[in-house]
Ligand binder design. Structure first.
Ligand code: AMP
Ligand code: MG
Length: 391
């Protein structure tokens, strides 16, 4: 049994980057950029009106102004604004030469068809200046950033309609267990439905990876050996659920050994998921996931996702928050790091969700956070900080 942090550090040493490829903006979400993005334009590209109104000289605001032209967005002004002149202007349109102020439509009184009077002077000019957000040539997004919708807006604005991203690893999912039936079947006595495969599938999809499901494999050595030898050659990463603990039919560790897989760790001082196994053979990786659905869920969040993000070139760290605990937490022994489902209380604090242990997947239906109780800690007072990660 090694501590959680040691297991994480081992995983980091195996993070190799995949190759790169170009993707279009429809498919760039959640991918990791493999190039720095520089803007080819200034933003705004010209002095731009932030309001519908009248562009004029600030020094003329007390006077009646004559309207000399109309400037819709997307047209270039033809006149220079002189003394006591203004141009009717729309939001997003180019501010004409000579003007240094836009009177909002709401602050202008029409004196007649061609004249206005400003009724309310504001300190804001209502003009966004050329290049005030971004200058042509600026670095706007760094390589190895995970692309979110706001990044897509920037990519589009600066003309990167085919950004270069890291390839995603191929991921295979397998469940093991003689007790398992697929969800379509109503389980007879002694059987249960396979939930892990689908949960793992969805968690992997959250990373922008489309995994391959290889089905349920029964608890016998031959079938397991056959599927694992194929998966380990064909996929970058294999997730196999069940069969990694110490039961008589937990064959996975033995088979990996037989297949020549190097196992940097098997077992961590954590709950749930202490039997997590990590194996590697020729840059193909395997995680022996715990069979219990909560253990599998938590370990996929805290271990597998950061590992896959690393493979995909991400340098963004594990996301943690520190928040005060809403109620006191006490446990008899502090011999493990434990992960507990929790919720934001709505008062800026963390509230643990009622939880009966690692088979209680229903507890996570209500959870929005995974809360950590560190190794060695038996009591946390109400109001003390706990580390949580968002789900
Ligand atoms: P194992 O790790 O194979 O010893 O399984 C631990 C527990 O998790 C047992 O109660 C199994 O029935 C349950 N389990 C194993 N695999 C799955 C699965 N794919 N879906 C739901 N429960 C599972
Ligand atoms: Mg099993």
């Amino acid at each position: 049994m090694i501590p959680f942090e040691e297991a994480l550090a081992i995983l980091e040493t195996y993070s190799i980057k995949q190759g790169t490829e170009y993707v279009d903006l429809y498919h760039a979400l959640d991918r990791i950029l493999a190039e720095d993005i520089h803007s080819d334009v200034s933003m705004p590209p010209f002095n731009k009106s932030a309001m519908d109104g009248f562009a004029c000289r600030k020094s003329d605001l007390k006077n009646p102004l004559v309207v000399v032209e109309e400037i819709p967005a997307g047209t270039t002004p033809t006149k220079t604004i002189g003394e006591n002149q203004c141009a009717r202007i729309m939001t997003g349109a180019m501010v004409p030469e000579g003007a240094d102020f836009v009177v909002m439509r709401e602050h202008a009184e029409m004196l007649d068809a061609n004249h206005i009077q400003c009724t309310h002077e504001t300190s804001q000019t209502n003009i966004c200046l050329l290049g005030e957000d971004v200058k042509a040539g600026d670095l706007v997004i760094k390589s190895r950033t995970k692309i979110l919708p706001s990044h897509i807006a920037i990519l589009a604005s600066v003309g990167y309609w085919l950004p270069l991203v890291f390839r995603t690893p191929s991921v295979a999912i397998i469940s093991t267990g003689d007790e398992l039936v697929e969800p379509v079947v109503k389980p007879e006595s002694s059987k249960i439905r396979n939930s892990n495969s689908y949960q793992m599938f969805a968690q992997i999809q959250q990373l922008g990876i489309e995994p391959q499901y290889l089905g349920i494999i029964r608890d016998n050595q031959e079938s397991l050996e056959e599927i694992l030898s194929i998966a380990l050659q064909k996929y970058d990463v294999t997730l196999i659920s069940g069969g990694v603990s110490v039961g008589d039919f937990d064959f996975v560790p033995r088979i990996l050994n037989k297949l020549g897989v190097n196992v940097p760790f098997h077992g961590m001082n954590v709950k749930p998921g202490k039997h997590l196994l990590f194996g590697e053979k020729e840059n193909h990786f395997i995680f022996g996931m715990p069979g219990n659905p909560v253990s599998s869920f938590v370990q996929l969040e805290v271990m597998v996702k950061p590992f896959l993000a690393g493979l995909m070139g991400s340098v963004e760290e594990n996301v943690y928050w520190y928040l005060p605990l809403e109620v006191e937490f006490v446990r008899p022994k502090g011999d493990q790091l434990i992960f507990i489902p929790a919720l934001p209380s709505g008062k800026g604090t963390v509230m643990p969700v009622e939880y009966h242990g690692s088979a209680h997947i229903h507890a996570y239906v209500h959870a929005k956070l995974i809360m950590e109780i560190p190794l060695g800690i038996t009591k946390i007072k109400k109001g003390d900080q706990v580390r949580v990660r968002p789900l």
